[in-house]
Design a protein around this ligand. Structure first.
Ligand code: GDP
Length: 296
């Protein structure tokens, strides 16, 4: 995902670190190249601007020009600013609420919602020993509920028995009750997607939120869609309110812009990354590790 950007940045940094002394003009020129590399990686314009401004400001403040190893100093500043842009600290899924803790998954069709629901459930069971119940609230696509049941069997996580003819809210209420009565720690709601954001989708999400009272609302967004994913997150947050983001298809050949812009534009943390189709292809989002990966 980040290879193109990494290659360009390391070229710029090589140029900087090879020189003994730097003038302010050298730093400005390097920042112009960094700016171009970030824009080519599809990072949002505002994020790029604030990124390079911060680096320049700190480079001047740190008196990089007079520093013993000026190039390395600039690289260190770029790395620090990148970690801050990505969100500074890892933000795990928050289960700190009375059981059953409800997690609602939202997003467009095909983003990887159902897959990610099962991946997260598996991880909560395997790594944290939680008892998890999953329920699909997608009554639009006939096969959706069955798809979650199949994945549930595959990863060894229970799914709510399917009852035909119920509305999403009725299913959510039944799932909450089942989870409560049967002593589950977590109940996960996989919601219906659409090909694009529309009013009925947002209204349905708001209604489900009212019924399910989720502690976490995770937006699943496809990182290959770049800035569209960022705009999507903004819209979902404004209309429904999200608590975090899962970026999928990090294993694909996207340009990384979504990962870099998401936090700065939406103010909401990326919590997890989907890195493949397999059920264990899920990674925690560690800003410093991602910055290291990007900076090569
Ligand atoms: P939904 O419509 O949002 O529920 O999407 P699905 O969960 O059905 O996923 C759509 C397709 O994307 C499936 O073929 C998944 O296996 C695939 N998929 C989901 N997450 C990832 C990921 O992180 N990487 C890759 N390569 N494929 C993924």
């Amino acid at each position: 995902m980040f290879e193109g950007l990494t290659e360009k940045l390391s070229g710029i940094f090589d140029g900087l670190t090879r020189r003994g002394a730097l003038t302010e003009a050298d730093v400005t020129a390097a920042m112009r190249e960094v700016r171009r590399a970030l824009l080519e990686a599809d990072v949002a314009l505002d994020v790029v601007r604030s990124f390079t401004d911060k680096v320049k400001e700190r480079a001047v403040g740190a008196n990089v020009v007079k520093s013993v190893t000026p190039g390395q100093m600039v690289v260190k500043i770029v790395s620090d600013v990148m970690v801050e842009t990505l969100g500074s600290d890892a933000q795990p899924i928050d289960l700190d609420a009375p059981a059953p803790v409800a997690i609602m998954m939202v997003g467009l069709q095909g983003a990887g919602k159902t897959t990610t629901t099962a991946k997260i459930a598996k991880r909560l069971v395997d790594r944290q020993g939680r008892r998890v119940l999953m329920a699909s609230l997608d009554v639009k696509r006939p096969a959706a509920q069955e798809q979650l049941a199949v994945l549930g069997r595959q990863v060894g996580v229970d799914t709510l028995p399917i009852v035909a003819g119920q509305t999403p809210v009725q299913i959510a209420q039944r799932a909450e009750q089942a989870a409560r009565l049967q002593g589950y720690d977590v109940v996960m709601f996989d919601t219906a997607g659409r090909t694009h954001i529309d009013e009925p989708l947002m209204a349905e999400m708001a209604e489900i939120k009212g019924a399910a009272k989720p502690h976490e609302i995770l937006l699943v967004a496809d990182s290959l869609t770049g800035q569209d994913a960022v705009n999507l997150a903004k819209s979902f947050d404004e209309r429904v309110g999200i608590t975090g983001i899962v970026l999928t298809r990090i294993d694909g050949d996207g340009r990384g812009g979504a990962a870099l812009s998401m936090r700065a534009v939406t103010g909401k943390p990326i919590k997890l990354l989907g890195t493949g189709e397999k059920m264990d292809a899920l990674e925690d989002f560690h800003p410093s590790r991602i910055a290291d990966r990007i900076l090569g």
